[in-house]
Design a protein around this ligand. Structure first.
Ligand SMILES: O=C(O)CCC(=O)C(=O)O
Length: 323
C-alpha cells in the first residue's frame, strides 16, 4: 500500500478517503443524525437559495487549515502544478488583492480531509437531495487593508462545461467574517432568475447589474450579509447571486469552498467558450462522458452511510431544488 507520505509529489487525489484522523467519521447510521439539517432549514434553502450558520470546523481544525494555507501562498513550483487554477492576485489591481486557487485538496492533508468533514457531508447530502461527488474546492482569501472584491456572480455561469446542473457550494470561513473584512453577500431568491452570463469575478463588483432587469436590480436592496464566525459555513444553490466587497479592515478574510456535484454529472465541453480556463483542470473527457475518476471522488454514498435510516432523514427533492 502506498502511503500519502511516500509519493514524490504528494498528489492527495490518489486517496479517495481521509488520510488523517482529524475528522472523526460516524461509525453507524445513528451517528450521522447529530449533523442533520431540519425540514425548516431545507425549506429556507429552497425559498432563498442559501442556508447559513452551519458549524463545520472546530477551532483546532481552523488553525490547522490556516497553517496549510500559509504554505500555499507563496507556493513552490512542484506543488503549484497540483492546482487547477492559481492566482495570487485574481484582480489586476495590486491594491485590491484576491488570492484565488482551485485544487488545494490535492496539495495538503487538511484541505483533502476537509472534504470528508461529517457536518459538511450530511448537510450537503440533504441539500443535494442524494449522494454526491466532489466537483472541486476553492480558496478565496483577502488580506487585511487591501483585500479585493469577488464580483456578483452565479457559480453555474462558470460551470456550463458540465451538466446537468445539480451542484452545491459550501463556503467555510477561516476567519471571522463580517461586513468590515469583506464577508460574502447573497441576493435571496436570485436562484429563481435562471442562468446569467459570465460578467467577471475580480474586477468591477457590480458588472452584473448591467444585464439585470429593474425588478432584479431592486432586490439588491435586500442583499444579505453572510456574517459568520470562523469554522462556520453557508451553502448556496448554483444559481444564487453572490459576491463580496473589498477588505479594508485590519483583519484578513480567508475562506475555503467545497463545490459538489450530482453523481451523474457529465462533461459538456463541446460548446464551452472558455476552454482556456480549463487548461489545468483534470481530464473532463468527451461530451456526455461521466465525470468519473480519482479527481471526482464520491463524498457521500447514502445507502452505505445511512442504510435504513435514509428514510427518516429529510432531503430536498431534486425536482424542487433545481426550479
Ligand atoms: O469568498 C468569497 O468572497 C467568494 C466566494 C464565492 O464566490 C463562492 O463561494 O462561490
Amino acid at each position: 500500500m502506498t502511503s500519502a507520505d511516500n509519493l514524490e509529489v504528494n498528489d492527495l487525489a490518489n486517496f479517495g478517503k481521509p488520510v488523517t484522523e482529524m475528522f472523526k467519521q460516524p461509525q453507524s447510521p445513528e451517528e450521522w443524525e447529530q449533523y442533520a439539517l431540519t425540514e425548516e432549514q431545507l425549506e429556507f434553502f429552497q425559498e432563498y437559495g442559501f442556508l447559513s450558520g452551519i458549524k463545520i470546523l472546530t477551532g483546532e481544525q481552523v488553525n490547522w487549515l490556516n497553517e496549510e494555507l500559509a504554505e500555499f501562498n507563496p507556493i513552490d513550483k512542484e506543488r503549484k502544478k497540483l492546482f487547477y487554477h492559481y492566482e495570487s492576485n485574481e484582480s489586476e489591481d495590486p491594491n485590491r488583492v484576491l488570492f484565488h486557487a482551485i485544487g488545494g485538496w490535492r496539495a495538503a492533508k487538511g484541505f483533502h480531509d476537509l472534504l470528508w468533514a461529517p457536518a459538511y457531508r450530511m448537510a450537503a447530502y440533504q441539500l443535494m437531495g442524494g449522494s454526491f461527488k466532489l466537483f472541486h474546492d476553492q480558496l478565496f482569501c483577502k488580506p487585511s487593508k487591501h483585500g479585493g472584491v469577488v464580483a456578483w456572480h452565479q457559480d453555474f455561469s462558470y460551470w456550463t462545461f458540465t451538466k446537468p446542473m445539480n451542484h452545491l457550494t459550501c463556503w467555510i470561513g477561516l476567519d471571522n467574517a463580517n461586513d468590515d473584512n469583506g464577508c460574502l453577500y447573497y441576493i435571496p431568491g436570485s436562484h429563481k432568475w435562471g442562468l446569467l452570463p459570465v460578467t467577471g469575478l475580480a474586477g468591477d463588483m457590480d458588472a452584473v447589474q448591467k444585464i439585470l432587469n429593474q425588478e432584479q436590480l431592486a432586490s439588491f436592496n435586500k442583499r444579505k450579509a453572510n456574517e459568520l464566525p470562523k469554522g462556520y459555513a453557508s451553502f448556496h444553490h448554483p444559481l444564487t447571486l453572490h459576491g463580496s466587497y473589498a477588505n479594508t479592515s485590519d483583519r484578513s478574510r480567508r475562506a475555503v469552498v467545497i463545490n459538489a456535484m450530482g453523481p451523474n454529472t457529465v462533461s459538456n465541453i463541446a460548446n464551452y467558450d472558455r476552454l482556456d480556463a480549463l487548461k489545468h483542470f483534470p481530464p473532463l473527457g468527451k461530451d456526455g462522458q461521466l465525470l468519473e475518476s480519482k479527481f471526482f471522488p464520491l463524498l457521500f454514498d447514502a445507502d452505505k452511510e445511512l442504510g435504513s435510516l435514509k428514510k427518516t432523514i429529510p432531503i430536498l427533492a431534486k425536482t424542487k431544488r433545481n426550479n
